[in-house]
Design a protein around this ligand. Structure first.
Ligand SMILES: [Mn+2]
Length: 338
């Protein structure tokens, strides 16, 4: 693997390492971070390693080993200070599952001017020119798979604990809809087999990840599908738009909307799906885009129209304006492009 010796020497020379991942960390961001953290501790016992996330991890991931020891930058009590205290002596920063420091949201202010070298490990398109060592490969199903391959290339597979394997498996299934998309090579299944050999209980993990929703979340999903989903059969598209007051009505918690944007794609004739949600501070609309098949790139759509990007079939962005205007804007795009 390219750059692996450069990474090995950076790791052997580092005394204090910070591992971080994108804002609103998902299964892959958390899984990859905790597995990398666990591996680094085992492989480099002399090195200090800590994980810091820009904001809270969703509740359904809290069982992953180490998550509760991670620093949360936006934690009102001590998050920012704890991050800065730890960063003071940091001489290595590992950036996982994102392609530009802006994806750290407010936490980027703590890293942008930091002198420590930054290693990027990621599978999104077009990494920014902000990293000293780059592992970027869009053919990887997940950053968790990338971490697994890197650990293997470093000769460290035997250092992966069962809990690291669990974390990697979470990243693998959440980024691929349990192996239904984004899996481009048989090697991904071999990795899953290796994780099973490390003793993971895959049924139990699937249950912890997928059967852990609140009643309110299920009601909100029902409301979305029954009353909010708008379908445009001629454009082969659909969207769901949710205002803050609607979200508040269902006591919305971060992570509750996980997967919502995928539901319209289950309609045979829908190939493009969008979810628009008013941000909690009402400064913008959070945009998620999904497509099915290999002819419609929502990465390009997000770049062109929504100040964002991501993967070919899954991407996100922001709309600066009111929810109603965002809906009209999207309908206009549908008319113009599809
Ligand atoms: Mn990912």
């Amino acid at each position: 693997m390219n750059n692996i010796e450069a990474l090995r020497s950076m790791l052997s020379n580092a005394k204090q390492c910070l591992v971080t991942a994108h804002v609103n960390p998902d299964g892959d961001a958390v899984g990859a971070s905790m597995a990398w953290w666990s591996y680094l501790k085992a492989a480099y016992p002399e090195m200090e390693v800590r994980v810091a996330f820009p904001n809270r991890c969703p509740e359904f991931l809290s069982w992953i080993e180490g998550v509760n020891q991670a620093i949360i930058y936006t934690d009102a009590k001590d998050g920012k200070e704890a991050t800065q205290r730890y960063l003071k002596d940091c001489d290595l920063i590992c950036c996982l599952d994102f392609n530009a420091l802006s994806r750290l949201d407010s936490m980027s202010e703590a890293l942008t001017d930091h002198s420590a070298p930054r290693v990027l490990i990621d599978h999104h398109q077009r990494p920014a020119d902000e990293f000293n060592l780059v592992f970027s490969d869009i053919s990887m199903s997940s950053t968790s798979e990338f971490i697994y391959r890197i650990v293997d290339a470093l000769g460290g597979k035997t250092l992966l604990s069962k809990s690291a394997a669990e974390a990697l498996y979470v990243g693998l299934i959440t980024d691929t809809g349990s192996f239904s998309f984004g899996v481009n090579t048989p090697a991904t299944f071999r990795m899953a087999a290796d994780l099973m050999e490390l003793g993971i209980d895959k049924n139990e993990i699937a249950s912890r990840v997928y059967d852990s929703y609140s009643e309110k979340r299920m009601r909100l999903l029902g409301y979305c599908l029954q009353s909010k989903m708008r379908v445009f059969p001629k454009r082969r598209a659909a969207y769901i738009a949710l205002s803050r007051s609607e979200l508040d009505e269902f006591c919305f918690q971060p992570g509750d909307s996980e997967g919502f944007v995928n539901f319209p794609l289950s309609i045979k004739k829908v190939a493009l799906s969008a979810l628009f949600m008013e941000a909690s501070d009402k400064t913008h609309i959070r945009v998620s885009l999904r497509s099915k098949g290999n002819s419609l790139s929502v990465n390009e759509l997000a770049r062109k129209y929504f100040n964002g990007g991501g993967h070919f079939n899954a991407s996100g962005g922001k709309y600066f304006g009111a929810l109603k205007d965002c809906e009209a804007y999207f309908e206009k795009i549908l008319k113009d492009e599809f």
